[in-house]
Design a protein. Structure first.
Length: 476
């Protein structure tokens, strides 16, 4: 079908082209050889010069974006709305940019590096929505209702995953900037289509929100081409009219839908859209082209993408969850401990942990069987979960050991919580009329602590001390 379509397009276009070529061959040859080639080569070189300068500007902006979004202090400052830190960081990059704005995830402006005393207002909803739907966002528009600017934005992620805010960098499209990038050419840059639409493709980003056009300032060649243009104008218009009408009918019927869907898939393979965006766009495309044969393909892609998304979500959850108790596993707990340790060292905060061990758990397995032991672990996990605070983290560390992490808590506060958990456990009856007790070791991490390993070692040491002193105790 595709080959037949190519033949149709070829023969429809070939007949008028041959007629025009025979009538105007000498004029077209003269025009091509003596004038057009020289003009087009010159103009093409100048356009490439302008494009390269614009690309260089965008590359520098994106480099600044990458530096700022990957700076740990910037991420933490956005997370905790620290205007002072963000202003300091932003000002370092104002020498090459006109505006740098930091916002939180809801679009509330935390800091303007170019105007550090103006913050707290909110981005327009449509602008915020565009930021939320793109890994990189490029646009040609005004910001803060001022002059038009090249605008680049990127989400700020904590640990490369969790979006905590956005950074926007703007380069004003003012006379000085336009003169700089068009210097040495016969062109200027306009914000409406004058001759050729300008589209930048850079690092998998299409700069296509807003258009830039090239406009010749010194078009002296136009007079030289006027006489030739008048001679071929009639035949050219005739050719274009016939060709456009013919091609439009064929392409509208056969190719447009395929091209549109191919672009959706290409954007996904080039990481321009996420898997969830592919699901949304393929579903919308299928509904729009329900009667077209392409709908079968788009619906299959939609179904496959949904299944892959579901599988990825399940795998991510399983990798951080204990299979028996459905609470956090050791891997998840270690990630949390590493995060809290970095915060404590950076901001001079503190946190405490308790390591909980079931007393004589081996005897339960030996006397009642491992199934009963598993039931005790599950019920104890549910009980402890219901008695901790919302801010605490709870998980199974291995075997019959559990860990509770208490952010912003001293060891004294954590010992009080541990005593409540211990007392509540000893008064609970588990399966087969089993009663158990727990021993708990508590330790605190603060700015004077040596390391995370030392914290865990101290809590473990206190746990074994509780064991040696007769079990069913809390030592901190």
């Amino acid at each position: 079908m595709k080959r037949n379509l190519y033949y149709k397009i070829f023969f429809v276009a070939l007949i008028p082209i041959l007629l025009i070529s025979i009538i105007n061959f000498s004029q077209i040859e003269y025009f091509t050889q003596k004038q057009l080639q020289t003009i087009e080569n010159t103009n093409a070189i100048q356009r490439v010069m302008i494009e390269n300068r614009l690309k260089k500007t965008l590359t520098l902006i994106q480099r600044d974006l990458d530096i700022l979004t990957n700076a740990y202090e910037v991420v933490e400052a956005v997370k905790y709305n620290d205007n002072d830190v963000l202003s300091i960081w932003g000002k370092k990059f104002l020498s090459t940019n006109d505006k740098i704005i930091f916002t939180d995830i809801h679009g509330v402006i935390i800091s303007r590096a170019h105007d550090e005393f103006k913050f707290g207002d909110t981005l327009k909803p449509e602008f915020l929505n565009a930021l939320q739907n793109n890994q990189y966002y490029s646009s040609l528009k005004s910001i803060d209702d001022t002059q038009l600017a090249l605008l680049e934005a990127k989400p700020i992620k904590q640990y490369g995953e969790l979006v905590v805010g956005y950074i926007i960098i703007a380069k004003h499209l003012d006379a000085a900037f336009i003169n700089e990038i068009t210097k040495g050419t016969n062109y200027t840059i306009t914000t409406s289509n004058k001759e050729t639409l300008f589209s930048i493709h850079l690092n998998n980003i299409t700069y296509n929100e807003g258009t830039l056009g090239f406009e010749l300032i010194n078009n002296t060649q136009e007079k030289d081409l006027e006489s030739v243009k008048n001679n071929i104008l009639f035949y050219t218009l005739l050719l274009i009219s016939v060709l456009i009408i013919s091609l439009y009918q064929v392409i509208k019927k056969h190719l447009i839908a395929y091209s549109d869907f191919a672009q959706i898939v290409e954007h996904f393979t080039d990481d321009k859209i996420t898997l969830k965006e592919l699901i949304k766009q393929s579903d919308s495309f299928t509904k729009k082209h329900r009667k077209h044969e392409i709908s079968a393909i788009s619906n299959t892609v939609h179904t496959m993408a949904k299944q892959i998304d579901k599988t990825q979500s399940n795998l991510e959850l399983l990798s951080q969850t204990d299979a028996l108790t459905n609470i956090s596993n050791r891997r998840k707990l270690n990630n949390i401990l590493n995060d809290l340790t970095r915060q404590a060292l950076r901001y001079h905060t503190h946190f405490s942990i308790m390591i909980i061990d079931i007393d004589h758990f081996k005897n339960i397995n030996d006397e009642f069987g491992h199934q009963a032991g598993d039931e005790v672990l599950k019920k104890l996990a549910n009980k402890l979960s219901s008695h901790i605070r919302e801010s605490d983290y709870f998980g199974r560390y291995g075997g019959e050991e559990f860990v509770i992490i208490c952010p912003n808590s001293t060891s004294v506060e954590t010992i009080l919580l541990a005593e409540k958990l211990r007392a509540s456990t000893q008064n609970t009856e588990f399966c087969n009329n089993i009663k158990v007790t727990i021993s708990i070791g508590v330790a605190e991490f603060n700015e004077h602590s040596l390391s995370l390993e030392e914290l865990i070692r101290q809590a473990d040491k206190n746990l074994y001390k509780a064991k040696r002193m007769g079990r069913n105790q809390v030592i901190g």
